[in-house]
Design a binder for this molecule. Structure first.
Ligand code: 2HG
Ligand code: ZN
Length: 445
């Protein structure tokens, strides 16, 4: 059997995963574009393995044939790291959806890469536990993709990003070698940590097939409030106040974004007049926990669960409201909190129409450029502004293909070179997600 030609390759892949799990032509549509419509391209085929052994066989076959592969989870990424660009094979991990039993002692669960965040939350809730990371795309985002991109979301202030949740990993290298470290031990320092190396590696070092996730206690009660502020300084005062209780989420929005969501989704805004800055806080405990946080600021404190959901919708429906206005340029950045005000002043001068919102406690702003402002020149100007303010150009969505050209603003030449060397060692033929995170290096380098 030769796999160098397309037909031979597809026949070999069908032999591994079965006829119906190698998709071609129109059947690949849902796998070829990202959620915003900004990134994507054709694929020669989408391959849907059922288990780790099949992932290994698919990768071995592709490696031998020199065929590039894009690993894909729930396809909720926003930087073009999980969709084909130029005919690459898509390796969909969604069928790896096994959920193991929960370990109640070191609260944790073993899951396949294709299990969604919402499924883990549901299973964990049955044991009064929760996954420490939660995000708006919970119903589609898969654990493999969330680990591969080190997803953050709304509870980072309480539990950290995916990096802090990973206790073990199973992955397949480009040549089909399966590597496992699935002890799930709370302490385990026997050498460099493979799980941490792969967390945030965006599919360029290996394909994650399973992980052990730490689980956190599920809070018995939570309280939610929307708080109005005049400016970033006022918003940061809320962050300082909420850190004195037990914060679960500290989210920021601005008047233009809230007005856009209210109009798009028909969600009522409980504050009038609309403040320039709005902070949505969720804390552990009852509404009394919020008294000092709210102080005498304009606020709406949720009276019941339905109220809380409505307030959260104002935040979580930003992404779809932005999308309804056209294809955005999304800039997911971190700015040190002590420079947030200065950064925002300059940002507003460069892109006055931008919709920015995000995870305030970490200084993570999602700057969405729309319409005439969605240009490469504005993207470049904003990312340079972030670097000038000592921030990161990739906060929680990853580098993908979107920010490869700007990586040098955040990572030193020495770091980038080290990453190239690690990649070269783990995937010598360079078949895994070429062009993502790092620019493609020619073989003679
Ligand atoms: C969020 O926090 C997501 O809602 C998406 O990270 C951000 O749409 C965006 O720009
Ligand atoms: Zn976010």
């Amino acid at each position: 059997m030769t796999t160098a030609d397309g037909d031979g390759l597809l026949a070999a892949l069908r032999g591994i995963v079965g006829q119906s799990h190698v998709l071609t032509g129109e059947d690949t549509t849902g796998y070829c574009a990202d959620w915003t419509g900004r990134f994507g391209g054709p694929t020669r085929a989408v391959v849907r393995p059922a288990d780790t052994a099949q992932v290994a066989a698919v990768l071995r076959t592709c490696n031998d044939a020199g065929v590039p592969v894009v690993p894909q989870g729930g396809n909720t990424g926003l930087v073009g790291g999980g969709v084909p660009r130029n005919g690459e094979l898509v390796l969909s991990l969604r069928r790896l959806d096994t959920v193991g039993t929960i370990d109640p002692h070191t609260p944790s669960v073993t899951v396949g890469a294709g299990v969604t965040a919402a499924t883990v939350q549901r299973v964990a809730a049955g044991h009064d536990l929760a996954l420490g990371v939660d995000l708006a795309a919970r119903d589609s985002a898969t654990i493999g993709g969330m680990v591969a991109t080190n997803a953050g979301g709304i509870h980072v202030v309480a539990h950290g990003s995916m990096r802090q949740q990973v206790l073990g990993v199973e992955a397949v290298l480009a040549d089909g070698t399966v590597v496992r470290h699935m002890t799930g031990l709370a302490k385990d320092n026997a050498g460099p940590d493979l799980a941490q190396l792969l967390t945030g590696s965006e599919g360029i070092l290996a394909v994650i097939t399973a992980v052990i996730l730490r689980l956190v206690p599920r809070p018995a009660d939570t309280a939610v409030a929307l708080i109005g502020c005049d400016d970033p300084t006022g918003a940061l005062a809320v962050v300082a106040a909420v850190r004195r209780v037990r914060p679960l989420a500290v989210e920021v929005m601005r008047a233009a974004g809230i007005a856009m969501v209210a109009e798009h989704a028909g969600v009522p805004v409980p504050l009038a007049p609309l403040p320039a800055w709005l902070v949505l806080v969720e804390v552990e405990g009852g509404p009394t926990q919020l008294e000092e946080v709210v102080g005498d600021r304009p606020s709406a404190v949720a009276q019941d669960a339905a109220d809380a959901r409505r307030l959260w919708q104002l935040r979580e429906r930003h992404t779809e409201a932005v999308n309804a206005r056209g294809v955005p340029v999304k800039l997911d950045v971190t700015v040190p909190l002590d420079r947030l005000g200065a950064f925002v002043d300059r940002l507003d001068a460069i892109v006055p129409g931008a919709i920015s919102f995000g995870h305030l406690a970490e200084g993570n702003l999602h700057v969405n450029l729309l319409g005439e402002e969605a240009t490469a020149a504005n993207e470049d100007a904003v990312l340079r502004l972030v670097a000038e303010h000592h921030g990161s150009i990739a906060s929680e969505h990853g580098v993908g293909v979107a920010k490869v050209g700007h990586l040098h603003l955040t990572r030193s030449a020495g770091e980038v070179d080290a990453l190239h060397r690690i990649r070269q060692a783990m995937d010598p033929a360079g078949i895994l997600n070429p062009g993502v995170v790092l620019p493609v290096r020619r073989p003679d380098r």
